[in-house]
Ligand binder design. Structure first.
Ligand code: PLP
Length: 397
């Protein structure tokens, strides 16, 4: 076998979700798809909004000349301007199209940003529990991930712990709110404190430290909660996001990065990002999708449907004795494992035909993740199995 040893090792370490999917396939073939309760993948079960389909039809029936050709590596001006308008309103700053690069999803945007800013051996702070791909993306560009814990019990930002991890090699910090896997949203006050600390450390170390705000769930919030705009609190900040979740388009690979207009050296950062987008082989974000999302910046799928599922699962599982933070956004629950070993608990759940991902996969052993972007009927059908699982794990059930 002749693949890189590093990749072979990564595949082995990062195989949880894939492993659960494959075992799920086997269970489905034995018991039938409706008797297997798969909560492993963050793949929206809803369809994109009607306006998306209308625009798609309009473009298919009346194609624009040249609409499938290359364009500027940063993307169409009209799309970048539409994104900038929304960000300018949210931040109160003069965000322009020139501060935006359209990308192949948030994953593409993260890779573009990391490639643009990292020198070999520089550190990027990530907050556990974290989106599992961060470590690989940082490695892609020669960086070193540095894990910092969030506050135990709440998963909120621990600004003092982040500060103590910063050193002369730190180049960036990645935050994700609403968070995957916890669903937690960081309030304005902790972002303010984080911003003050980061700007003070930048001055003390005489070194730019970027705050990369990974926000693909920013419009998926509940109970009237709104995600504060990060540009207000940190000058060296970049938003990376996509329409994978808010417009339910993960397969279409459409997202963007946007730099804070207050960032020192923002023109060079943008030049670097456009170049990185090109040489990573993305070249540009998908042309048709750029045309479509330009007019959809203020809409999203029906968030009420996700809130209903959050409530259904949260209410039932807490009644059964599971303990968890009530999420204010995204579509994940991250309960404590009732067994000390979360992998053992996930195996036990599998015997009840409930598929979950152990917290160990997110840098947080002792927990497990439920992705509830699934059909509501499946949640209803799964509840008796959850009750039996709870009892077997020593909870009231
Ligand atoms: N960041 C987080 C926290 C995610 O959960 C995901 C996808 O699940 C991504 C980034 C990547 O999303 P995409 O590349 O589809 O926009």
């Amino acid at each position: 076998m002749a693949i890189a040893e590093k990749i072979a090792g990564f595949i082995e370490r990062a195989s949880w979700i894939r492993k659960m999917f494959e075992e799920g396939e086997q269970l489905r073939s034995i018991h039938g798809a409706d008797k297997v309760y798969d909560f492993t993948i963050g793949n929206p079960d809803v369809e994109p909004p009607e306006q998306f389909v209308e625009k798609l039809l309009e473009l298919a029936l009346r194609p624009l000349p040249g609409m499938h050709r290359y364009m500027s590596n940063a993307g169409y001006e009209e799309t970048r301007a539409a994104v900038a308008e929304v960000l300018a309103e949210a931040s109160g700053l003069e965000v322009k199209g020139s501060h935006v690069v359209m990308t192949c999803g948030a994953g593409g945007a993260l890779n573009v940003v990391l490639k643009t800013i990292l020198n070999p051996g520089e550190e990027v702070i990530i907050l556990a529990p974290y989106f599992v791909e961060y470590k690989f993306y940082i490695d892609n560009h020669g960086g070193i991930p540095r894990e910092v814990q969030t506050v135990p019990g709440s998963f909120q930002l621990d600004v003092a712990a982040i500060e103590s991890a910063i050193n002369e090699k730190t180049r960036a910090l990645i935050v994700c709110s609403p968070n995957n896997p916890t669903g937690v949203v960081y309030p304005e006050e902790s972002l303010r404190q984080l911003g003050e600390m980061l700007e003070r450390r930048e001055r003390e170390l005489n070194r730019q430290i970027y705050l990369i705000s990974d926000e693909p769930y920013s419009r998926i919030c509940y109970d009237g909660v709104q995600v504060p705009n990060i540009f207000r609190y940190v000058a060296s900040s970049v938003i990376v996001t996509s329409h994978s979740k808010d417009l339910a388009l993960p397969g279409e690979r459409i997202g963007y990065l946007a730099a804070n207009p207050r960032m020192e050296g923002v023109e060079l950062f943008m030049e670097g990002s456009v170049f990185s987008n090109r040489v990573l082989g993305f070249v540009n974000a998908p042309a048709l999708m750029q045309r479509l999302v330009a007019g959809l910046q203020n809409i999203s799928v029906d968030i009420g449907l996700y809130q209903e599922k959050r409530d259904l699962l949260y209410d039932n599982l807490t009644q059964m004795g599971f303990r968890m933070v009530k999420p204010q956004g995204a579509f994940y629950l991250f309960p404590e494992s009732p067994l000390p070993d979360d992998v053992e608990f996930v195996r036990m759940a599998q015997r009840h035909r409930i598929l979950l991902v152990p917290g160990a996969g997110f840098g947080a052993p002792g927990f497990f993740r439920i992705a509830y972007c699934v059909e509501k009927g499946m949640i209803d059908r799964s509840l008796p199995a959850w009750r039996n699982l709870a009892k077997e794990a020593g909870l009231p059930g």
